[in-house]
Ligand binder design. Structure first.
Ligand code: CDP
Length: 223
């Protein structure tokens, strides 16, 4: 079997995919792609353009008109540009949070973004984080990691993160929102959230980000 150079990191909301994936990519000198930001950016553009968020047809049309670019800004991490507009600051907006799962279950949206994810990975070695990277986007990825933690632990992490970003939120609301999104992502028809049968499942409860990265490195090097 021909394996691809992608390291897939999947898992439920706020399981640490992005934080872990970014550091792992640095250590391995790979590029990092957070595919969740692409679904969030699509949702933001749909909200901005007044697209009917319940219309699969309109959403599928919109996503095909979007050109996404990821640029690295020294000292400011990665920025996501959509049709030239920097949307990075909008990706955690309450309305995006509310609508991203309904938008992500639309087949036309998934097809367009998956095509783009595959294209980006053709050029360089990559750590890619999402929900369906090991199951659908790169079923032949060389390494597949599925991160887990209890809903309460994940809500605690996300609450602190949003507080740091200056978003006014309550822990209870974050927990409820996270459970709602996980339920929708797990129950959807296309690309449901689940570990690939050959994924290395890692419970991150009680571990720091660095410790999780160390464990993944040990797994990769031990192969
Ligand atoms: O950061 P967090 O784990 O909360 O979410 P995210 O990774 O930014 O993903 C936001 C939403 O995008 C998810 O709840 C999914 O509905 C969708 N998504 C997806 O369907 N497939 C992916 N590969 C990545 C995200």
């Amino acid at each position: 079997m021909r394996l691809t150079g992608v390291i897939a990191i999947d898992g439920p909301a706020a399981s640490g995919k992005t934080a872990v994936g970014r550091i792992l990519a640095q250590r391995l000198r790979h590029k990092f792609l957070d595919t969740g930001s692409m679904y969030r950016a699509t949702t933001w553009m749909a909200l901005k353009k007044g697209v009917d968020l319940t219309s699969e047809e309109e959403l599928s049309r919109l996503v095909r008109e979007l050109k996404m670019e990821i640029i690295s800004v020294p000292g400011d991490g990665e920025r996501l540009l959509v049709n030239g507009e920097d949307v990075t600051g909008r990706l955690r907006d309450t309305q995006v949070e509310k609508w991203v799962s309904p938008v992500s279950k639309v087949l036309g949206v998934r097809r367009a973004l998956i095509k783009e994810q595959r294209r980006l990975a053709r050029r360089e070695k990559m750590v890619m984080a999402g929900r369906d990277i090991g199951t659908v986007v790169f079923p032949k990825a060389q390494f597949k990691i599925f991160l887990m933690a209890s809903p309460e632990e994940r809500a605690r992490r996300r609450y602190l993160e949003l507080e740091n970003l200056g978003h006014p939120v309550s822990y209870a609301a974050v927990l409820e929102e996270l459970n709602r999104r996980d339920r929708m992502d797990t129950e959807r028809r296309y690309s449901p959230l689940k570990p690939a049968t050959d994924a290395h499942v890692l419970d991150t409860e009680g571990f720091t980000i660095e410790e999780v990265v160390d464990r993944i490195m040990a797994f990769i090097e031990g192969r």
